[in-house]
Design a protein around this ligand. Structure first.
Ligand code: 26Q
Length: 818
């Protein structure tokens, strides 16, 4: 953007005046944030209008990325980065005596997502805009996003996150695009004069869906796409003359429905909990989004048969899968298409991304609930299922087993993954290993029946946020050495390879890492009151708390190291800071107890004079996108230690790599591809392979008791869970964690995540980490090579693969680039 500094300063001052009747000196920090944001929004809106105008002219195919979650993180800094105005704005504000970092810190973190899946959606929107593709994100404007986590007495406490309290400057209400969404009632049908059966939903309750748009700024190309999130409002339906008792009751119910539906994001990650409200949320935003996509198409086209040439729906996991049936409904009931016509269009429009093989995450809705809430949609799903079952029977005559395993409706349940596979033309996993497991194991029957639908799209991350914004020192250093092409062409980082053995480069690189560690140490001092030494190894595990991610293995290993130090206080030991950050789903007992354990262990170790500061354990409260940026920049070691086969991809692993941390991990998810890029020498790999884990699972053959009995180090650590070492007031406190590892009643349920099986291998890998870090030059070389080899993991690459294999969009270049 052409930046006029004086004009910008004037706009900020004027905004403070007109918004708050104040001068800069009188304004609060929040008010300054609002004023600066409105000044930036002004520029963004110009580009937004120009982009949409060009889209209207060129009429490109549009991707609708349908997702229950968009974990956007703060917009101000990101928009400045992508406008290429960050430094100039920082300078202008500096001249006004305002620190841009502090202004950025005033923005609430829009946390309309849980973790990986929601953040992936945000990275994809950034890449789509940067790569000149017309796209909408479609989602829900939750009143309360992901909860704010407070740690009290070592326990997680969930506090509501009222992100809209002060008004959010980067959203725009668009009441002119409101849509009606119908729930419940019944379906009546009649045959019209042309012999067609007409279906009508009656006795339903309605909600008005009102969209709010947020601009998605492409990097340096003038493109501004749209994240469209839907708010719910009661429909204004009843006139006074029909104000009888029945209508009044209904009006109150409808109002409550509207009030509840977008109230809160479900804070479960990789876990399904058959809640009625959740299904309402899904249909609510899908119905509104599908209706709008069809309406928009019809504003400029006449022939719905070519809908799929101009529109693609990408379904982010099964959460938006009712889109398949909703599109069928709109095409048939609202636009008079036949079943076969509607089906062809629907299949060519929809595509499904799978993010998990964990069985507890698979969405299966009870028929009773599904048909009561969505009677017309249920009819359509039944018909899809009826026809699909016929296909199965044709292909596998007499094979009841296939029907049992593959039907969309079976055993009183609607299986959303099956609907997504059948109703779309593409099924993709999110890392190579994950896709292979889908094809060979979880979705094997579907892969056999329709192999052409299956494909892999290894995840990626946006380097604009996770290097350029998160780590300005490293970003500048990289640019000084190899130019700035990496910002839109991450593989250009490979030019850094020639510096891997260059001692000066190594030193500069490690010095930057050190400064980032100082920055994080300050944050930890201010937020945790813990003093950490930036010269120690920063060993970091930040991600959602889940048993399969094995934070428990990490903390057990720390307990083991502590025992070693106690036994041999004078042993050779390189100082280490273990950093955790993780939110646990509010109802997930073992996850919450693991947080308590981490904090309890931290209390003991951090204050033990024998340790003398050689181990520090820090649990960073309220891990979220904004503090994540600081954490990645400061990490030496990236803990990616999931049970092999369980982590579909991981994306934190890529953010660490891009910031020069070395991976300590299992051969799981995208770790496999990370190691492939950077070489085994520059990572620390340990543990069972996915194949071995799956073998064990299929043959029920792993007994953690054998390990417990035969390994005294492990036994000692486990006993410390139940003898009060870390909970003297209540020695039984951590018993559930102990039981999860050694459940003596039922060995098949013991240590389902193979923590004891992998423990020794993990401890050994950790010893390799320590030895490697002591060799400073070699470490610097490895860290540098991690950055140099991160090129593959840009979401730009991922998006171009979706384009090549699934979406087939044409780029739109603006006539007057900024
Ligand atoms: C389902 C039903 C009801 C309530 C909640 C849910 C629900 C919500 C969120 C189920 C799953 C999620 C989130 C899953 C997720 O984040 N998966 C991660 O996706 C990343 C992006 O592909 C991968 O990198 C991670 O490996 C995967 O765990």
């Amino acid at each position: 953007m052409k930046f006029d500094k004086e004009l910008f300063k004037g706009t900020v001052l004027n905004n403070i005046k007109t918004l708050y009747r104040r001068t800069l000196e009188e304004a609060t920090e929040q008010q300054i944030f609002q004023a600066v944001s409105y000044a930036i929004k002004d520029v963004v809106v110009d580009n937004w209008m120009a982009t949409q105008k060009e889209y209207e002219k060129k009429d490109p195919k549009i991707v609708y990325y349908m997702s229950m979650e968009f974990l956007m993180g703060r917009a101000l800094g990101n928009n400045l980065i992508n406008l290429r105005a960050y430094k100039e704005v920082a300078e202008a504000l500096d001249e006004l005596g305002v620190d841009l970092n502090l202004v950025e810190d005033q923005e609430p973190d829009p946390a309309l997502g849980n973790g990986g899946l929601g953040r992936l959606a945000a990275c994809f929107l950034d890449s789509l805009a940067t790569l000149n593709y017309a796209a909408y994100g479609c989602g829900i404007r939750y009143r309360y996003g992901m909860f704010r986590q407070e740690i009290r007495d070592g326990y997680q406490v969930e506090v509501p996150d009222n992100w809209l309290a002060d008004g959010y400057p980067f959203e725009l209400r668009r009441p002119e695009y409101a849509k009606e969404v119908k729930f419940g009632g019944w379906v009546s049908s009649y045959v019209d004069e042309n012999g067609r059966t007409i279906f009508k939903q009656e006795g339903y309750q309605s909600v008005q869906a009102v969209p709010y748009d947020m601009p998605i700024v492409g990097y340096g190309n003038g493109i501004v796409n749209t994240l469209r999130i839907w708010d719910a409002q009661p429909v204004e339906c009843f006139s006074l003359d029909s104000f009888d008792k029945g209508d009044y009751q209904k009006a109150v119910e409808q109002e409550n429905l509207a009030r509840n539906i977008v109230e809160v994001l479900y804070p479960n990650d990789n876990h399904y909990a058959g809640k009625e409200l959740r299904l309402k949320q899904q249909y609510f935003f899908i119905s509104a989004s599908v209706q709008e996509a069809v309406d928009k198409y019809m504003r400029t086209h006449t022939d719905l048969h070519k809908f799929h040439e101009k529109v693609a729906f990408q379904l982010n996991d099964t959460h938006p899968t009712v889109a398949v049936a909703e599109l069928m409904r709109v095409l048939m009931d609202d636009h008079d298409l036949s079943w076969d016509e509607a089906w062809e269009i629907t299949c060519k429009t929809c595509a499904y991304t799978n993010h998990t093989i964990m069985s507890e995450a698979l969405e299966k809705w009870p028929i009773e609930l599904f048909s009561r809430l969505l009677p017309r949609i249920y009819q359509i799903v039944e018909e899809i299922n009826r026809r699909f079952v016929l296909r199965i029977q044709q292909m596998y005559p007499g094979n009841q087993e296939k029907i049992r395993k593959m039907a969309i409706i079976y055993d009183g349940q609607v299986k959303m993954a099956h609907l997504a596979i059948v109703g779309g033309h593409s099924v993709n996993g999110v890392a190579r290993l994950h896709t292979e497991i889908l094809e060979k194991q979880e979705l094997r029957d579907f892969y056999e029946m329709m192999p052409e639908k299956f494909n892999n799209k290894t995840n990626g991350i946006t380097q604009r946020r996770f290097l350029l914004h998160a780590n300005p020192l490293l970003a500048d250093w990289v640019t000084d050495h190899v130019g700035d092409e990496w910002i839109t062409d991450l593989p250009a980082l490979s030019r850094l390879r020639i510096y891997a053995d260059d001692e000066k480069a190594q030193q500069e690189f490690m010095n930057i890492k050190y400064q980032n560690k100082v920055r994080l140490a300050k944050y930890i001092r201010e937020h945790n009151g813990i003093e950490v030494d930036p010269r120690s190894i920063f060993d970091v595990q930040v991600k959602r708390l889940h048993e399969y991610k094995r934070q428990l293995m990490n903390i057990l290993h720390i307990m083991y190291l502590y025992n070693e130090l106690k036994d041999h206080p004078d042993m050779d030991f390189y100082p280490r800071t273990f950093i955790f950050g993780a939110k646990a789903a509010a109802g997930y007992r073992n996850a919450k107890l693991t947080i308590k354990l981490i904090n309890s262990v931290a209390d003991v170790i951090n204050n033990d004079p024998v340790v003398d500061g050689r181990i520090k354990v820090v649990f960073i409260e309220n891990y979220r996108v904004s503090n994540a940026e600081w954490i990645f920049a400061a990490a030496d070691v990236s803990e990616q230690i999931s049970t092999a086969s369980k982590e579909a991809s991981g994306t934190g692993n890529m953010k660490f790599m891009l910031n020069g941390a070395l991976t300590l991990g299992t051969m799981d998810g995208a770790n496999v591809e990370i190691v492939e890029e950077v070489g085994k020498k520059n990572a620390f790999i340990f543990g069972l392979s996915a194949e071995q884990v799956i073998q064990y699972e299929n043959y029920g053959g792993y007994n953690p008791m054998d390990i417990f009995n035969n390994d005294q180090d492990i036994r000692r650590v486990l006993m410390q869970l139940i003898n009060g070492t870390y909970s003297p007031q209540d020695p039984e406190l951590f018993r559930p964690l102990y039981n999860s590892l050694l459940n003596t009643q039922d060995t098949a349920k013991a240590d389902t995540y193979f923590i004891l099986a992998d423990f020794k291998s993990y401890a050994e890998a950790q010893r390799r980490v320590e030895a490697a870090y002591k060799d400073e030059k070699n470490w610097a070389k490895s860290a540098l090579l991690n950055v140099a080899c991160a090129g593959k993991f840009s979401s730009d690459r991922t998006i171009e693969e979706y384009e090549r294999d699934i979406w087939h969009q044409e780029k739109v270049i603006l006539p007057s680039k900024p």
